[in-house]
Write a protein of this length. Sequence first.
Length: 90
Amino acid sequence: MFRFTPSSDAILDAKQLIKLPNYLKAVSYSKTVLRSCLSFSIFYNTIGLSFATSGTLTPFVAAILMPTSSISVVLLSTLMVQLKYRNFGK
């Protein structure tokens, strides 16, 4: 028997096709979130690299700041998405 297994990230029911513009806006905003997080990460790491190469950053502080960078990017993306789409599904 043949099983339909689509190779897409999302399936939109025909009854929900009217919501397609909202989904396209969400995709566009996700690009904005991605660019913002990438910009923040580049800025954060550039500042950290300048301190590290100048010798003013101790290994202990670097060990603390490294996971802080990852956590801050995750928090930034989560907050941006939550603030934008808190009423999206309603």
